[in-house]
Design a protein. Structure first.
Length: 313
């Protein structure tokens, strides 16, 4: 038993020696003992029982001397320096190429300036510019006179003031008639009053239809809903038309009361003044006296005309 225990202790000591040899070899030792231990680990001697990975590591490290390790380090350093130099050279080459291309483009975009020529100005004569202190008087400019009348043309007769409308009417035809009636207009008359004109809504052929139609032909307004002929005067007056018993202009609306001068006994009658004579007589145009839609005319004396009602503007 003692002998067996002694052998076991011997084997343990042997394994410790192998481990020590492995540790020493990993630090670069190349002694014979270390090599022997490696050989034993690889199975070339007594089987010690190392792991295969440990044996492979020993094979890589054990044969290397310290000199070999230094040489390997130098080679690795030179390789790193070479790679760094190559990378730097490639970077410098790329930058140089980019700069060359940029300079070429800049040279192509540069335009040559035209040659500059300097011309020296020379005085023709010292007497060319006079510095005399004498000045001509301003009496010649004072000969112009502003006395007299203002003229809008070559002569004052080139413009007829009577042709200028003084009316504020929006309707130019109404403005002309108002100028002719200057001084006769009712106080506060508004030429731009509501007309009630929305189109001809009167039955075709009736006297009211013709009165509206004829006024439209003359460019004058007429209400579209004045009602029966007998009510036209009141309807027009309510909207602001000038209504009285005097015939004044072509286009005035004549209103006949029911039964007056042959008018209908209930509806009355309306017509349009076509002429105003110097003696006060008038001529009218009308419809539906000789048939529906038939346009005819009549003449009334000044006395007869003064009994009728007239709608102006």
């Amino acid at each position: 038993m003692r002998h067996a225990a002694h052998k076991a202790a011997k084997v343990s000591n042997e394994r410790f020696s192998v481990a020590k040899a492995l540790f020493t070899s990993s630090r670069g030792s190349h002694t014979a003992k270390a090599v022997r231990m490696v050989q034993l680990a690889n199975g070339e001697g007594a089987v010690v029982g190392l792991e295969p990975a440990v044996a492979e590591k020993l094979n890589e490290v054990a044969p290397m001397s310290r000199r070999a390790m230094r040489e390997a380090a130098r080679v690795a350093g030179r390789r790193s320096a070479f790679m760094a130099s190559a990378s730097l050279a490639a970077l410098v080459g790329t930058a140089a190429t980019a700069m060359a291309v940029g300079q070429q483009n800049a040279s192509e975009m540069t335009f040559a300036d035209n040659a500059t020529t300097t011309t020296q100005m020379k005085r023709v004569s010292d007497n060319a510019a006079s510095r005399s202190e004498s000045r001509s008087g301003l009496d010649a400019l004072a000969s112009t006179s502003n006395s007299g009348d203002w003229q809008l043309g070559e002569t004052s007769s080139s413009m007829d003031a009577n042709l200028l409308s003084k009316s504020i009417a929006d309707n130019p035809n109404v403005a002309v008639l108002m100028d002719q009636d200057a001084g006769l207009l009712p106080s506060g008359f508004n030429p731009n009053h509501a007309t009630g004109d929305t189109g001809n809504d009167y039955p075709y052929g009736q006297c009211t239809w013709w009165a509206y139609t004829r006024r439209a032909q003359l460019g004058l307004p007429a209400g579209s809903h004045f009602g029966d002929a007998r009510s036209w005067g009141d309807s027009a007056r309510a909207l602001g038309y000038w209504v009285d018993n005097t015939a004044r202009h072509v286009g005035d609306i004549v209103v006949f009361a029911p039964g007056q001068q042959g008018a209908d006994g209930y509806y009355g009658h309306v017509a349009i003044v076509e002429e105003v004579n110097a003696d006060g007589s008038i001529k009218i145009s009308e419809s539906n006296v000789k048939g529906l839609g038939v346009i005819s005319d009549r003449t009334f004396t000044a006395q007869e005309a003064s009994q009728l009602t007239y709608i102006h503007y």
